[in-house]
Design a protein around this ligand. Structure first.
Ligand SMILES: [Zn+2]
Length: 456
């Protein structure tokens, strides 16, 4: 049992408070102050953290707890968090976003959930393992990266490309964000543990028209054609691509949702029936969107780049960026073919697509000793909880760690009350972490690592 005393918990809460008071909104990030603070705390434990990065103001922090040399059995386990946060508009918050106010049993602040809460949790576990002299059978590496919220370029992507040695070369496992929290559904408590992330296809769509004098009606106006295309894409119901990970996740939840759920779930995966049945199975629009996102590719037009330049000229060019997300096994070309179908332009005559970022979905096996340990620990920490492997629609730093051959899980344990809309806290207003759940999370993470990596 990895227990945390009141004094140890107060120290962890204080770490989180101090981290929340450092504004690391990205852009510009400025993660250095937070990284240096954590480095100081780790040095106080006799550890040797290292800061490394492409830009001095935005370093990544890495700190290794070495395995007991006589008992080293395996490649490292990495605990990874990111120190940057998304911006916050203080006028929309109940408490200021960078003051770490404690109220209603929660610590409020941008990053409380995403993901300074895990930084403080993993840091606390790292410190306690060190202080308690726990001997490990593999290296445990604490990593706090920059720049996750803007695409990972200066953070995990940089580390993986330039300093894989700091990550132990070829880490076996990475524990990272988006999973391990309580998800209340139909009177049951689920714990999704992330084993897969959708891929990315960031596209630019350009339309050509015929420039001319805008005093004349009905010209071949590129902006008008683009507006039509944006509307078609935004409202398209792209085809189902049901991966094994999606099936495990959606089916795993449905199996515990009464006889109707059990009966419906195979039909939900059917390419024609599924899209029609989903609104009946999940009437709530928000919940349905998050399930639908794991069953197909998505494409959201987000940034208009080029429209007209002058009020009295019909624009000859217009373009928009599209945030495409790929189901496992899908490529940017597959998504473009689907969009061309939606735009009734199979030959590609009218609409030009350019891919400016593509990375495939990452999928890891849930059939590993670490996943088994996570399952056992959660079963002990919440005996009525149901663990399901999950697929998330977004991406995290795991997409980079996967390139080193690591198996990555989203496991940021948090026990949450039913009335808290957890999903809305990610990048939302009034982000806050319940302190009870935070303490439960430290103990659950600590126990997982102790069970998994303590030298036997
Ligand atoms: Zn995050």
């Amino acid at each position: 049992m990895f227990s945390v005393s009141d004094v140890e918990f107060a120290e962890a809460t204080d770490c989180l408070r101090q981290l929340l008071r450092i504004d690391t909104a990205n852009p510009p990030g400025n993660e250095r102050v937070a990284a240096e603070l954590i480095a100081r705390w780790l040095r106080d434990e006799g550890l040797s953290p290292e800061l490394a990065g492409a830009v001095p103001e935005r370093p990544n922090l890495v700190c290794r707890l070495p395995a007991d040399p006589a008992n080293r059995k395996s490649r490292p386990l990495v605990l990874s968090c990111h120190l940057d946060v998304v911006p916050a508009d203080p006028t929309r918050w109940t408490h200021p976003p960078f003051e770490a106010v404690e109220a209603e049993g929660c610590l409020w602040g941008r990053g409380a959930i995403d993901m300074k809460g895990f930084a403080a949790m993993a840091l606390c576990v790292t410190r306690l393992i060190t202080r308690r002299g726990l001997s490990l059978d593999r290296d445990l590496i604490f990593v706090a990266v920059a720049d996750e919220e803007a695409g990972t370029e200066l953070g995990s992507e940089w580390l993986v490309k330039n300093r894989p040695d700091l990550l132990g070369g070829e880490p076996e496992y990475v524990i990272n964000e988006v999973g391990g929290f309580t998800l209340h559904r139909n009177g049951k408590r689920f714990y999704p543990v992330q084993i897969a992330e959708k891929g990315v296809a960031w596209l630019r769509l350009t339309v050509d028209g015929t420039p001319g004098h805008s005093s004349l009606p009905d010209g071949d106006n590129a902006l008008v054609t683009l507006a039509w295309a944006i509307d078609r894409i935004a409202n398209a119901r792209l085809p189902w691509h049901v991966s094994g990970a999606a099936r495990d996740f959606v089916g795993g939840m449905a199996a515990h949702s009464g006889p109707l759920g059990k009966w419906l779930s195979p039909a939900l995966f059917h390419p024609i029936l599924g899209p029609r049945l989903l609104p009946l199975a999940i009437p709530d629009t928000n919940r349905r969107r998050s399930v639908e996102a794991v069953l197909r590719n998505t494409a959201n037009p987000t940034v208009i780049h080029e429209g007209g330049k002058k009020v009295n000229v019909i624009p000859g060019h217009a373009s928009v960026d599209i945030d495409g997300r790929l189901a496992p096994g899908q490529t940017a070309d597959d998504l473009i073919a689907e969009l061309r179908h939606v735009l009734r332009d199979p030959e590609g005559r009218r609409f030009a697509f350019e891919v400016w970022r593509e990375s495939p979905a990452t999928v890891f096996s849930a059939d590993t000793p670490l996943f088994a340990t996570i399952r056992e620990t959660l079963a002990k920490q919440d005996p009525e909880g149901i663990v399901v492997p999950s697929l998330i629609p977004g991406f995290t730093d795991s997409c980079n760690y996967a390139k080193l051959g690591a198996t990555c899980y989203g496991f940021y344990p948090l026990k949450l009350p039913e009335d808290l809309d957890f999903a809305a806290l990610f990048h939302g207003d009034d982000e806050r972490i319940p302190l009870d759940g935070f303490r439960w999370g430290i103990e659950t993470l600590g126990e997982t690592i102790e069970r998994f990596a303590a030298a036997k």
